[in-house]
Ligand binder design. Structure first.
Ligand SMILES: [Zn+2]
Length: 447
């Protein structure tokens, strides 16, 4: 239950949904998920995964889109950039992909005059199907309230950088300007090149300063949006085009290359742990901002096997290949997911809270005789003594306890014997009948 050094990702779904516009806006942060229905059939999530890397970029008056595939493999590739829209008469676009629906993505734009616009990007044909001005701008010398040089979104909030400040906007819709707006304190001389935000109550941000250093910090809504725990992650990054799909993955341009970095997203030990060049044909013009699509799809009920088990995450949160990863040191499973990801009970049973190195941990004495432990949660949503069903929300993932990066640690015991949860979860993922706990191996799933 300690460090998660390697953060995997990037199962890419390009334009795959059916036609039409169907925006799905995420609810406010902290809203409890509905308890998923327990079903005996395997459900699928059609939208996205937490590690998807669908990209947009803006420059001049144009919007471009691309997807990266196989970004986690040895030979990643990038689909060609395609121009999808021209915003007539609006130069200096900054772009955020705010939310993703089954069929379309809501894109928010700000321009040099401080206007704010909302577009619906159709995933099937790659075209913009509707556009609306949410707030009018002014002039370049006397701009309106939304002139930012960089925009990003975690699906709940939109973050705008410009004029040495970082602004947080809430209450986003497709029809009107954001209803909430505040400035992050503690960011002086903010160079508006990059930042990221993970879903949940606290946010991690990274940016490049005017000296090319990548700086990292975290901010919390409950502390008045104050920046804290800043550290320098890397030096000598001069690129302007930088973004992240979350969970400690940072993408940036470097000349004609598109580079992927794994950053240990801990304020105390933040550093780049791995660097991969994704493509040498990126050809991003200087000063073009990139953005990625936040993972905001509404997910269906997690799949249940006929014997009453659930995945601990919504099926779209991680690909199947994450469920067979070995754990460091002893039998268990680590799942790298951004802070705030919903965690579900694998099997129903009675709840106990646990702490220590487990952080905000939940232990469930399950009705199959197993003891299931879920560690490092940011919040717990079940009280000690409560009885839960398989698939029920038990909390949100986090980075508490003995952990140096956001992830979910899952541990399974029969009596005092640690069992490998991997075969069980793979069976659940595949919609097959779960193996008996006593048939699960007690070794072979750690390194
Ligand atoms: Zn672990």
């Amino acid at each position: 239950m300690r460090t998660r050094h390697q953060i995997t990702g990037a199962a890419i779904v390009a334009a795959s949904a059916l036609g039409g516009v169907g925006l799905t806006l995420a609810g406010p942060s902290g809203t409890a998920d509905a308890t998923p229905a327990v079903s005996s059939t395997a459900a699928s999530t059609s939208c996205t995964t937490a590690s998807r890397v669908f990209q947009l970029r803006g420059g001049g008056t144009q919007i471009w889109a691309a997807s990266i595939s196989k970004a986690n493999s040895t030979k990643p590739s990038v689909y060609g950039w395609q121009k999808v829209y021209t915003v007539t008469g609006a130069k200096g676009l900054s772009i955020a992909a705010h939310s993703e629906g089954k069929e379309s993505i809501q894109i928010l734009l700000s321009d040099q005059t401080g206007a704010l616009r909302s577009l619906a990007y159709n995933k099937k044909d790659g075209k913009v199907t509707s556009a609306r001005t949410l707030a009018k701008g002014g002039t370049t010398t006397k701009p309106g309230a939304y002139r930012f040089t960089s925009l990003t979104s975690d699906g709940t909030r939109v973050w705008g950088a410009g004029s040495g400040r970082l602004t947080v906007m809430t209450g986003i819709s497709t029809t009107k300007a954001p209803t909430g707006r505040s400035t992050v304190a503690g960011l002086k001389g903010f160079y508006p090149a990059a930042f990221w935000a993970n879903a949940g109550g606290s946010y991690e941000i990274a940016w490049t300063d005017s000296k090319g250093n990548v700086r990292y910090g975290n901010i919390s809504a409950t502390k008045g949006w104050h920046l804290a725990n800043t550290t320098t992650v890397a030096k000598g990054w001069t690129s302007d085009a930088i973004t992240t799909p979350g969970a400690g993955i940072v993408l940036r341009s470097s000349g004609d290359n598109l580079v992927r970095h794994h950053v240990n997203p801990s304020a105390k030990t933040g550093k780049v742990t791995r660097t991969t060049t994704l493509t040498k044909t990126f050809k991003a013009p200087n000063t073009i901002p990139m953005t990625t699509v936040p993972d905001t799809c509404k997910t269906t009920a997690p799949p249940q096997s006929s014997s009453g088990y659930s995945l601990p995450l919504d099926k779209g949160a991680q690909p199947r290949s994450e469920y067979d990863d070995p754990h460091h040191d002893y039998p268990s499973l680590d799942l790298a997911v951004p802070t705030g990801t919903s965690v579900k009970a694998i099997r129903g049973g009675r709840v106990t809270h646990v702490g220590g190195g487990c952080g905000n941990g939940v232990q469930i004495s399950a009705d199959d005789g197993g003891s299931y432990v879920y560690c490092h949660l940011s919040t717990r949503s079940v009280a000690p003594g409560a009885t839960v069903k398989a698939g029920q929300l038990i909390g949100k993932s986090g980075n508490t306890g003995h952990s140096t990066g956001p992830h979910l640690h899952v541990q399974l015991k029969t009596g005092s014997t640690l069992r490998c949860p991997q075969p069980l979860l793979l069976a659940v993922y595949d919609g097959k009948t779960a193996p008996s706990l006593n048939s699960l191996p007690t070794s072979g799933c750690s390194y």
